[in-house]
Design a protein around this ligand. Structure first.
Ligand code: SF4
Ligand code: SF4
Length: 371
């Protein structure tokens, strides 16, 4: 089944307001169809589905299919430092919840500038190395939400990591704040296979404007917007798995049908996606072109274009509990001034070729991303 992986964070629910109310019967049918079509990669994590995803994976997959039929990825949660004092106990809990005695892929979950410090403090990289040596984790890696520069640093310091999981989609590909392309190229430079998360950007790219759909359908009338998004990610050579959080059988059937083979996209397809991304960004709230003329003169070292890119992305994203934009914003403010640190000196507005009301827009950024 090509590169498609089944993400177990958006399984079908009986009650849309209850993340742990997974419709087991529906989910079992999806698992069976996925395996039937040759799919193997399942991805879970400690906190998905209100901390129930691992147990649900045991019910719908592990208890019902031979271990050698599938590969299972799980993650060490870095956001619960209180759990990291006893890594063996935490790992054992995860094995038991999933009902397995090893993971095929085991990742540090969500490495960014602050979680990296946590991982170092608790010896998490050494722990993963040990798990691999003991055969309890066949491949080790980390999921990552931060700049390409930090990714480069982590991969240089930890060549033992077998793979990385990155946020990649055609809308974030050139986003100043998220840096999908730069992160992908960094992984390629280090020779690391890539698992893609958020290929449809939390559903944003499944429901695009009529105009955007027309651009895409002119080339492939039978590809839905989400198939386009998945195929973009899957067409990248170094990508080994594209995780799709399929929430019903219909989505799964479409993906199984359309992602059997995913050759790299050709120039016409990439051009269509670029035009669509421009169009989606065209409706953006702050029409910053990321020329960076404003950056050097700012006495508060505010990452103006990055913040505007994240602000625009947040405005486009459907509202849900987790916000990747807020996370990237949180990373950036550790080494830059916050939007709310602006002292209204006006230097940036004097040089902005787009004549943007930067001071006011930074207030909007602060209101949206600092809470
Ligand atoms: S007005 Fe604010 S953002 Fe602009 S240069 Fe001054 S401190 Fe920086
Ligand atoms: S000068 Fe204006 S357009 Fe250029 S990066 Fe700054 S805010 Fe954006």
């Amino acid at each position: 089944m090509g590169k498609l992986g089944l993400g177990c964070m958006r399984l079908p629910l009986l009650d849309a307001d209850k993340a742990d109310s997974v419709d087991r019967e529906h989910a079992c049918r999806m698992v069976d169809r996925f395996l039937e079509e040759g799919g193997t990669y399942f991805d879970t994590a400690y906190m998905y589905h209100h901390f129930q995803s691992e147990c649900i994976v045991k019910e719908i997959l592990v208890d019902r299919h031979p271990r050698e039929c599938y590969t299972l990825a799980d993650k060490l949660p870095l956001i619960y430092p209180e759990k990291l004092g006893d890594l063996d106990a935490l790992f054992q809990e995860q094995l038991e919840k999933c009902g397995v005695d090893y993971f095929d892929y085991y990742l540090l979950h969500d490495v960014n500038i602050s979680h990296l410090e946590t991982a170092k403090q608790y010896g998490c990289f050494d722990f993963l190395r040990r798990l691999k040596a003991e055969g309890k984790a066949r491949k080790i890696g980390f999921s990552f939400h931060d700049s390409a520069q930090l990714l480069d640093q982590v991969l240089a310091e930890h060549p033992e990591m077998d793979f990385v999981q990155l946020q990649i989609n055609y809308l974030d590909w050139e986003n100043e704040g998220i840096q999908s392309r730069l992160c992908y190229e960094t992984a390629v430079r280090h020779g690391k296979p890539v698992v893609v998360m958020e290929p449809v950007k939390g559903g944003t790219l499944a429901q695009i404007s009529e105009e955007g759909q027309q651009i895409l359908q002119a080339l492939h009338p039978d590809w839905s917007p989400s198939v386009w998004a998945l195929r973009f990610a899957a067409g990248l050579e170094q990508v080994m798995v594209v995780l799709s959080g399929m929430s019903n059988m219909e989505q799964m059937e479409e993906n199984l049908r359309m992602l059997k083979e995913t050759p790299p996209m050709g120039p016409e397809e990439l051009q269509a996606l670029r035009r669509t991304a421009d169009l989606l960004r065209g409706g953006k709230e702050v029409p910053c072109t990321a020329c960076r003329y404003c950056v050097d003169g700012c006495p508060q070292q505010i990452a103006i274009p990055e913040y505007f890119a994240l602000y625009n992305a947040e405005k486009q994203a459907p509202s849900s509990g987790y916000s990747a934009q807020k996370e990237y914003y949180g990373n950036l403010v550790q080494s830059h001034g916050k939007a709310s640190d602006c002292v209204t000196c006006g230097q940036c507005e004097n040089v902005c070729p787009q004549h943007l009301p930067i001071i006011q827009k930074l207030k909007d950024v602060a209101a949206l991303l600092e809470h």
